[in-house]
Design a protein around this ligand. Structure first.
Ligand SMILES: *Cc1c(COP(=O)(O)O)cnc(C)c1O
Length: 366
């Protein structure tokens, strides 16, 4: 079976973890600090503050914006549930603007129409490894006076006009096991703003600046040196990993370009895609539907994944929620029924890629 993701660590990671174990410093310490410096360099920000998950990165970023009840965060409905849960944790109200099919991310024109006098934060999600249209979203945020929180959980090292995902506003990253860069569980908030970075550091450590001196009601959002030991060695080879993903994506695009009924993902002009996922859309007139394609791939030992099967607000626990405003988002609703991600990860061999192409081609023949 060719799996949708592959998790493996090199001897460099094994050595680093062992070194940490033997040092006795397993909680947050010098390795977290080194990981922060290296990660800030990858993203291109002055600061990076490590936390213990992508979800807590989002929660911490929204916390330092001091949102008040009634404030709204405008985001995409086509995302992982953590985006919405973090907004609700902040006490703010979530509003959703529809996506575009080309990048699966916030459509700037629709977003502009959804901004109102309560909107405080614009929260794009850089889905599948490609950034949202920051060239249009940043001017919108500026005109409307909105803070920008980027959910870059899937976009380590992605760029828009050469500028890193997570360097436009407050950048929130995840190092969950299946992400491009992993510490098993972990997260990071990136920013150029020294005062914001300082508040994040105090917040993640119980609101404590010095021992038993509390400045705010804080949390335990700390990453451990054990986690950082997984991430640190990956930093130096990360761009090579992305290069493998990029090669695989190119081979998939070439092998599948003439398959009728299949819309292939592409790297849009000016955007550096890090190919966290390779997600196809079944055209409305495709000979088979998405679930049939997934089943037929599975029959041919090719794994696939649906990210995400429904818009994020389309669950009973959110439908009646007083702080979830679910206006219709027809593009996202339709794409959620028609999208399928196929393997693109760096561990694929050329043989694997050929097998995936052959399996998709066979499967798409009605
Ligand atoms: C993974 C992910 C998160 C949450 O990250 P965790 O580390 O799992 O908490 C948030 N948003 C998106 C888009 C993600 O893919």
């Amino acid at each position: 079976m060719i799996a949708i993701s592959s998790i493996s660590f090199g001897e460099d990671v094994e050595r680093e973890v062992l070194d940490t174990l033997r040092s006795g410093m397993v909680a947050q310490g010098p390795k977290v600090a080194r990981f922060e410096v290296g990660f800030a360099e990858l993203v291109g920000t002055r600061h990076a503050v490590a936390v213990n998950s992508g979800t807590t990165a989002l929660i911490a970023a929204l916390r330092v914006l001091d949102l008040q009840p009634g404030d709204e965060v405008l985001t995409t409905p086509f995302t992982f549930v953590a985006t919405l849960n973090a907004i609700l944790d902040s006490g703010a109200t979530a509003r959703f603007a529809d996506i575009g099919e080309a990048d699966f991310a916030l459509d700037p024109d629709v977003a502009a129409q959804c901004v109102n006098e309560r909107t405080r934060v614009l929260m794009p999600v850089h889905l599948y490894g490609q950034t949202a249209d920051m060239g249009a979203l940043m001017p919108l945020a500026e005109t409307e006076g909105l803070a920008v929180v980027e959910d870059a959980a899937q976009a380590h090292g992605a760029t828009f006009d050469g500028k890193g995902a997570g360097s436009f506003g407050l950048g929130c990253f995840s190092f969950y096991a299946t992400k491009n860069l992993t510490t098993a569980e972990g997260g990071m908030v990136t920013t150029d703003d020294e005062a914001v970075a300082d508040r994040l550091r105090v917040l993640r450590n119980q609101g404590m600046r010095r021992r038993y001196e509390y400045e705010m009601a804080g949390q335990n959002f700390r990453m451990t040196d054990l986690q950082a030991s997984l991430g640190l060695p990956q930093l130096s080879s990360y761009l090579q990993q992305v290069e493998s993903r990029r090669r695989n994506a190119e081979a998939l695009r070439t092998g599948l370009k003439d398959v009728e009924g299949l819309v292939l993902p592409s790297e849009l002009a000016g955007r550096g895609h890090v190919w966290h996922q390779f997600t196809v859309i079944l055209a409305p007139d495709a000979p088979i539907d998405r679930d049939t394609l997934a089943q037929r791939l599975s029959d041919r030992d090719v794994g696939s994944g649906v990210y995400y099967p429904r818009t994020v607000y389309d669950y009973d626990c959110y439908r009646e929620h007083p702080r979830v405003i679910a206006s219709p988002t027809p593009v996202a609703t339709s794409v959620a029924r028609r999208c399928l991600s196929i393997p693109v990860h760096a561990a694929l061999s050329t043989d694997d890629v050929d097998r995936i192409v052959a399996a998709v081609r066979e499967a798409m023949e009605a």
